[in-house]
Design a protein around this ligand. Sequence first.
Ligand SMILES: [Zn+2]
Length: 878
Amino acid sequence: MRARIASISLAVALVSTTALAQSSPAATTPTQLPRTAVPSHYSINLAPDADNLRFSAESALTLSITTPTRELTLNAADLSFTLARITREGAPETLNGTITTDAAAQTVTVRFPSELPAGNYQLDFAYTGTINQQANGLFALDYTDGSGADKRALFTQFEAPDARRVVPSFDEPSYKATFDLSVRVPAGQMAVSNMPVISTAAQNDGTSIVTFDTTPTMSTYLLFLGMGELERRTTQVGNTEVGVVTGLGNSGKAQFALDASAAILPWYNDYFGTAFPLPKLDNVAGPGQSQFFSAMENWGAIFTFERALLVDPASTSETNRRRVYEIVAHEMAHQWFGDLVTMAWWDDLWLNEGFASWMATKVSDVMNPEWEMLLTRVDGREAAMSLDAYTTTHAVVQRIDTVEEVNQAFDAITYQKGEAVIAMLESYAGEDVWRSGIRSYMQQHAFGNTVTNDLWNAVEAAGASGLRNMAERFTNQPGIPLVSVNDARCVNGNTELSLQQGEFSRDAKAAKDSAPLRWPVPIRAAVNGNAESRLVLDGTATLTLAGCGAYVINSGQAGYFRSLYPAANITALADSFTSLPAMDQGGLLADNWELGIGGYQPMAQALTLVEAVPVSASDAILATLPGYYADLYGIFDGNDATQTRLLAVASAKLKPVLDRIGYDARTGEGPQVPLLRQSLIQTLGSMGEPALLAEAGRRYAALATDASALDGPLKFTWLGIVAKYADQSTWNDLRQRANAATTSLDKQQLFALLGRSVDAALAQQALDLALTDEPGKTTSAAIVGTVAGNHDRLAVDFVLANREQYESLIDVSARSGALADLGGGSADPAMADTLDAYADQYLTADSRPTTDRAIAAIRERAASRARLRPEIEAWLAR
Ligand SMILES: [Zn+2]
């Protein structure tokens, strides 16, 4: 999942094993169902009634009873049953069962009049269920088409455990089975699922029964159905028909995603050593959004919200265009890592997500080297560390017992720390050994389930000796190693480093200083321009580097740790900054910043380093600078005088860069210039830089006579500035533009802008608007989210006062963490108290960890701001 699809003859070969293919959880795999039966095949007929948000269904489940029993328990949620009966293979009689559902356990239990001996059975259900309006189970997305007509499309979202909202099932990843799906489709609509359509039967009432081919053996959470007024574009790549499916008239905007898929597929087929096993791979776009995810890797039918898949030259920024590529790559990587080989249980969710994230960065870099995608790993590492630096963090591999714990697991530790650790292990093993391990892992476990250990076995067998110890310590133990250079001396033309491993922490620094956890830390160190020396640091060590001068100890930034240098080395690195590889420049800036914020070194050291980055630095590195100034600016929230001085400092550094590259794209400019331009305009504009406010106002005014005046990659960047500083009449005008928007993509973004205002009265109007039907079911929560950006207290109090209504506006999976998302950026201890009181009242031990993490960060932020403000003011007065 992310914030996100071959030859007929091969598919036939796969399904011929249908009757026998069955997968039961190993004795060590957690399960919430009795271990009495194992499914092998589901046959499902669905009849959705989209107008009334209901569906009726019949299912036939082929299963094997392994232990004689009088009752069977399966997962089911929000389903109403009218029939359950069982027939033994080869036996004439059918037994009707009595049905009991347990809403809390999300199960249905069928009890039969007599004991069922071990053997093969068919279990039939007839039932009805609900079509939701948020993305769980079978759900509806409403939109207006290009002509302004109201439309409704249906899709499914089954991860984490929501197949049970549509099919009574053994809804756990290790119960793999094959699926036959057929669905009643209204006239004029198209239906899409994991496999190609094999028949369409017209009915007397004008509808059609569409039947899809049998899937390969797979987990329930990967089953998919989409239907509506859709269109499909395809291209043939080897044995695979690669497609995009969109609302009518939108497939042109999906051409970029189609081209990306077609380019990536052959590379993945080769990398994994196992060809994509389904006959087709679609990427299906849905209007609307979720507060939980952007895209889902349903096998052969990836679902992605339009805003994460469509590219519209009139409004899509270059940053978003690259994000679309990376999301396509992420979901496609899951077609192997997750779909073909699946974690046995949610404890190992990171195996799916960490791997797909790592692979997406890798393939995006291979296919588009000019994007310098590997640099994004520094951002990923920082995102992971922003959770991992607190005692409330968790290990990459974590115990999962409940549905809520699964929902909470989709976080930066699972994704970004997962990616960082895999990148580190690949760097340790070497690219070729690592890939050969992955290939044998795929071959060995195809159509099966694994635990993390299976991956280490495969990579060690491929030649990465000693990898397991490092891998296990970084995945089973939470936290961040800190490597300090205690001493560095130049001896006979070489540098001798004395290294010590500690632990980096934001909220328990003293405790971690005296008793750090231990990791085997892979050091790759070099004096700038000289050969690299390697060492696995276990506690303390000395390391000799060739040459003398500025040095780095995490060369290439593949190691998941912080590097703490003597001040003299920071100065030397600053002096030779642009001669360092870009990756190390980015890593050095990020590390020093956080070491300053965390109190490990004077903040002035980080500030001086940012100031020392020359305007001749690469565009990609310059694009990271505005973020540091924005951080500083945020530290002085509520202190206008210092913010004004900070704006002057940021302008002095950044405005000349913007003047050089200009407000608009120029022919022949470098590939990273669009990102740099967006970063500069967004940050300086957000701080209220007068020239940018004037330019935003001028561009907005031009809309009055030319509706396309703002079209281009920075459309929403400029609009964001306008919205932030809007007065009532501009706000009203933006609202009118949101209602008049002709695409759901524009509509959502325009409505979300209404929440951006710094004016509290306008922010309140945006909140009130969010509770009406005007923005659309899935856009309202986004408005509340943008309000929280400038007015977190207002947004949190509003949600608490309208809790139930707000919860109906977000997906079930996002509910427990929603308030923490809104208030989590605060530095006000009172906000931490509010979140704590909310968690005490409404959350449970398993649903509150996300909130506890937000609380810890708020308290620490408050404490560190008190320390940092005088330090930064002293630096400003220097
Ligand atoms: Zn994913």
